[in-house]
Design a protein around this ligand. Structure first.
Ligand SMILES: [Zn+2]
Ligand SMILES: [Zn+2]
Length: 260
């Protein structure tokens, strides 16, 4: 049995757990340790099942809990190898314990228990940002958020995935007419920013093709200011041609699924 949960996504914090039998991995630490524990137990995932943490990038909504997690649990925390090699201040400020700190290269799977985790590059304004492909027990998960553009590699990975955690950060009109200052609007919509609803739907259409898998998509990382679940739902209803399941993750809400 595989159970997985979006502990929360969006500006207030991002974190995901995937569990197979009695082993699990946690991806990103956008919440405090106590909050991550509380949300894990709401999904009936024992926190003690966690074998390691993987971090996508250094923005606080993805890693603010990583240091305390490492010091209290002594579990491995994996980050992109270049962050360590370059002794990035962003990484050092997290105070991940040296005993816990592990690294991965891009493109080569890291095996932790039953999970094979492969990182791929994203296009984001935080150094060495990545997304993850996670293979476990015949299922493939893809964690693809915080990227300003979709690459061919991402499309290929998305084609293989059974479960996609896919960023739909902003709705173009809401961002353009919204309250953010111009420089921030440009950053978000730029190639080092985030994916829009249109980008996410475009990616799904691109990767619909040959697959007969009944795929599950979780639209994640919706902006509280520049997006709205009901707006995204309407756009999906009008434009998205997709035969799998769709879940729109409202900001800071938790969503759990499983494969029997
Ligand atoms: Zn980010
Ligand atoms: Zn983010």
């Amino acid at each position: 049995m595989i159970r997985y949960t979006v502990l929360g996504s969006g500006s207030s914090g991002n974190s995901y757990i995937i569990m197979q039998e009695h082993a699990s991995l946690i991806f990103d630490a956008g919440f405090s340790l106590s909050d991550m524990k509380r949300r894990a137990s709401q999904a009936a995932i024992p926190f003690e099942s966690i074998q390691a943490m993987f971090i996508t990038h250094m923005h606080p909504d993805h890693c603010r809990g990583a240091g305390v997690f490492s010091r209290k649990t002594a579990l491995p925390v994996y980050v992109h190898e270049s962050l360590v090699q370059e002794r990035r201040p962003e990484l050092e400020s997290l105070r991940i314990s040296t005993e816990s700190l592990r690294t991965f290269p891009l493109g080569a799977p890291v095996q932790v228990g039953p999970f094979a985790v492969t990182a791929f590059a994203t296009s984001h304004d935080s150094p060495h940002s990545v997304g993850y492909r996670i293979a476990v027990d015949g299922k493939i998960f893809l964690l693809l958020t915080d990227t300003g553009k979709v690459t061919d590699e991402m499309r290929e990975l998305a084609k293989q995935a059974d479960v996609l955690f896919l960023e739909a950060n902003y709705e173009r009109n809401m961002l353009q007419t919204g309250p953010y200052p111009l420089y921030l609007k440009r950053r978000i919509a730029g190639e080092w920013g985030h994916l829009s609803n249109d980008d996410a739907i475009g990616l799904l259409h691109d990767c619909k093709a040959e697959s007969d898998r009944h795929r599950r998509v979780y639209f994640c990382h919706l902006s509280k200011t520049n997006n709205d679940p009901s707006v995204l739902a309407k756009t999906c209803g009008a434009r998205l041609d997709w035969d799998g399941e769709i879940t729109i993750c409202a900001n800071n809400h938790q969503y759990t699924g499983e494969f029997a």
